[in-house]
Design a protein around this ligand. Structure first.
Ligand code: GAR
Length: 197
C-alpha cells in the first residue's frame, strides 16, 4: 500500500512512520512521497534522511484552506503517486470537497485530542485549560466535517495536576508516535493486495 504523507511542521509523526517502516512495523505500507505546503517545514528534511521523495507544493492562493489552484497542484502530485492512503500528519489546512472526492475513503488525519473532544486548533492547550483528567490523540478518516470523520484509533494520555503545556504536549506526541504507525500498519493489512506493491 503506497502512502503519501502531507505535513506543515517539524514532521515528528512522519519520522515515526518512517522509523516504523525501516524497523518492519508498518505492515504492507510503504511511504513513497512526502509533501508540504511550507517550503521551510522540517518534515521535508526527512526525505533525504529516509530516501523518500519530499517536496514543497505551492498552496497559493489561500492562507489556511486548500482550494483552487493550490488544491489542484496537490491533487495532481498525489494522484501521480497512486496512493492507497493519504496521511495528514500535522497538515494544517482544511481539506475541501474536490480533494476529498479525489481520494475519498483513503485520507486519514492525526489530531492531538480524544475526538470528539477538543477539535480545531490548540487542542492540547484546550484540554489542559478544561480541567479534564485525560486527553490523547485520534486517527480518523477525513470527511467534510473538520475533525469529525469516523474514528479509526485513539490513545489516551492522563493529565496530571503538575502537567504544563510543555509536559502534556510531550506526552501527547509520544502517544501519537505510537498510534499513527500502528493504525497505518493495520489499514495496510486490511487493504486489497492489488494495492500492496
Ligand atoms: C501533531 O501533534 C498533530 O496531531 C497535530 O500537529 C502535530 C504535528 O506534529 N495536528 C493537528 O493539530 C491537526 N489539526 P509533527 O509535525 O511533529 O508531526
Amino acid at each position: 500500500m503506497r502512502v503519501v504523507i502531507l505535513g506543515s511542521g517539524r514532521g515528528s509523526n512522519a519520522e515515526a512512520i518512517l522509523r516504523a517502516q525501516v524497523e518492519g512495523r508498518l505492515g504492507r505500507a510503504r511511504v513513497t512521497l512526502i509533501l508540504s505546503d511550507r517550503p521551510d517545514a522540517g518534515i521535508l528534511a526527512l526525505g533525504g534522511r529516509f530516501g523518500v521523495p519530499a517536496r514543497f507544493v505551492d498552496p497559493a492562493p489561500f492562507k489556511t484552506k486548500l482550494e483552487g489552484e493550490g488544491e489542484a497542484r496537490f491533487i495532481e502530485a498525489i494522484r501521480a503517486a497512486r496512493p492507497g492512503l493519504v496521511v495528514l500528519a500535522g497538515f494544517m489546512r482544511v481539506i475541501k470537497p474536490a480533494f476529498l472526492a479525489e481520494f475519498s475513503g483513503r485520507i486519514i488525519n492525526l489530531h492531538p485530542s480524544l475526538l470528539p473532544d477538543f477539535p480545531g486548533l490548540d487542542a492540547i492547550a484546550q484540554a489542559l485549560r478544561s480541567g479534564a483528567r485525560s486527553t490523547g490523540c485520534t486517527v480518523h478518516y477525513v470527511t467534510a466535517e473538520v475533525d469529525g470523520g469516523p474514528v479509526i484509533g485513539r490513545s489516551e494520555v492522563r493529565i496530571e495536576p503538575a502537567d504544563t503545556l510543555e509536559s502534556l504536549t510531550e506526552k501527547v506526541h509520544a502517544a501519537e508516535h505510537a498510534l499513527l504507525p500502528s493504525v497505518i500498519a493495520s489499514l495496510s493489512l486490511r487493504a486489497p493486495t492489488a494495492q500492496a506493491t
